[in-house]
Design a protein around this ligand. Structure first.
Ligand SMILES: Cc1cc2nc3c(=O)[nH]c(=O)nc-3n(C[C@H](O)[C@H](O)[C@H](O)COP(=O)(O)OP(=O)(O)OC[C@H]3O[C@@H](n4cnc5c(N)ncnc54)[C@H](O)[C@@H]3O)c2cc1C
Length: 388
């Protein structure tokens, strides 16, 4: 079978690219090895799909070239995606800080993408396993369902995270086979695991969630932190994990936005025990365990100013060196990927392989938590769809 365009990956980016290319009258075939489209989109945002963010900026992305994403974002904005949702009557709501979610669940987005693909006469071939990709005058894909040829080939195969919904390394492999550089990969937006000593403490707090700030090498995120039986999770922890490297420390500020020392001074004449004082701001279990671990809890009026200063500093700077992360099984994204220097930021085409395009998470552009990764997938797929 011969098509103008073959897209590998029926995920967020591949489907958006297919819709745009099909809408231009190009004959498009989308290939996926799983049995249904958009599996990761379906589970995204806890099943409600945080599909974009009202405030998309390059600063919300990690890439060796922080400017690379600008071109796609200038041509495909959150309003463009919202307009598509509204055309399909899909209701959405803003959760926090610009994060937009589907009111009725992510299944509606999959239906929308499916309908748009049908309208653009896009053919979708599922349960199709690729055995080989070659390029002569055309791209040629050998698969378990036969050989497919095309003028343009789009690799929209996503990252390595969540292999259980179909993630594979094929996109990176194709890039390398065509001589493109792939920057080192690692799981990001991922919970931390802890060494046995820290884990013993954290396990006792399993299920406790607090609003705190977490920092690493000068990068700081405020949000919920969740203590789990494996370590640390929650939005603020996931965010900082993208900036963390093995062996580095993270610093948790248990009382962000207040000065613990000033607070202690206002209560220093009283007889309330420190663990109970802290329980006024922290979950009781956390306040008690933390005091047992790090300080001798006694009535407030028995501390010297110096001791109170030390306790305040500890409260604001709880330092932990994570043992590692939970890895690709639970990471939301893969950091790194096809080096942006290899691609045109305007078209997503490989500079040294005309007709070969890379879009979405497989590219070295990784968003923070909050709808940024899906927006990159839509935007990069959309712009490629104009040129394939
Ligand atoms: C649990 C979870 C929750 C998330 N929640 C959000 C969220 O709320 N908001 C947000 O912005 N981001 C979220 N993300 C990240 C976001 O889903 C991805 O960044 C985004 O889907 C990437 O789009 P993509 O098109 O590049 O890849 P994908 O959507 O992953 O699509 C890649 C496609 O390629 C196919 N494929 C892979 N290998 C092969 C192969 N060998 N042969 C054929 N096909 C192949 C896959 O089956 C898949 O269909 C979440 C991720 C996870 C894991």
């Amino acid at each position: 079978m011969k098509k103008d365009v073959i897209i590998i990956g029926a995920g967020a980016s591949g489907l958006m690219c297919a819709i745009e290319a099909g809408g231009r009258g190009r004959s498009v075939l989308v290939i996926d090895h799983t049995e249904r489209i958009g599996k990761k989109v379906l589970i995204s945002g806890g099943g409600r799909c945080n599909f974009t963010n009202r405030d998309i900026r390059p600063e919300n992305y990690i890439s060796r070239n922080p400017h690379f994403c600008k071109s796609a974002f200038s041509r495909f904005t959150p309003d463009n995606f919202i307009a598509m949702l509204e055309r399909h009557g899909i209701k959405y709501y803003e959760k926090e800080a610009g994060q937009l979610f589907c009111a009725e669940g992510s299944g509606e987005i999959i239906e929308m993408l499916q309908e748009e693909c049908s309208k653009a006469a896009v053919e979708i071939c599922l349960s199709c396993r690729i055995e080989d990709v070659k390029r002569d005058s055309l791209f040629s894909l050998s698969t378990n369902l036969g050989t497919f040829q095309s003028e343009s080939l789009v690799v929209a195969t996503g990252g390595l995270s969540y292999p259980k919904v179909g993630a594979t390394e094929i996109g990176y492999r194709i890039a390398r086979e065509f001589g493109l550089k792939v920057n080192s990969l690692k799981p990001a937006l991922v919970p931390f695991t802890l060494n046995p000593q820290d884990l013993k403490i954290v396990m006792e707090l399993s299920g406790v969630s607090i609003n705190a700030s977490v920092s690493c090498k000068g990068k700081e995120f405020r949000g919920d932190i969740l203590f789990t039986h494996r370590g640390l999770s929650g939005p603020a922890v996931l965010q900082i994990s993208s900036y963390w490297n093995a062996g580095e420390e993270i610093v948790i500020n248990l009382l962000p936005g207040m000065d613990a020392y000033e607070f202690f001074l206002t209560r220093r004449q009283g007889r309330m025990e420190m663990r109970n004082l802290l329980s006024e701001f922290l979950p009781k279990r956390l306040a008690h365990i933390w005091c047992d671990l790090y300080i001798k809890s006694k009535p407030a009026n028995q501390y010297s100013d110096k001791e109170l200063g030390v306790i305040a500093r500890q409260i604001h700077n709880w330092t932990i060196i994570p043992a590692g992360t939970e890895g690709y099984n639970t990471a939301e994204v893969t950091l790194g990927g096809v080096d942006t220097n290899e691609l045109s930021s305007k078209t997503m085409e490989a500079k040294k392989v005309p007709g070969l395009y890379f879009t979405g998470e497989v590219v070295d552009v990784t968003g923070q938590l909050g709808g940024y990764n899906l927006h990159w997938a839509w935007a990069s797929g959309f712009v490629a769809g104009h040129y394939v």
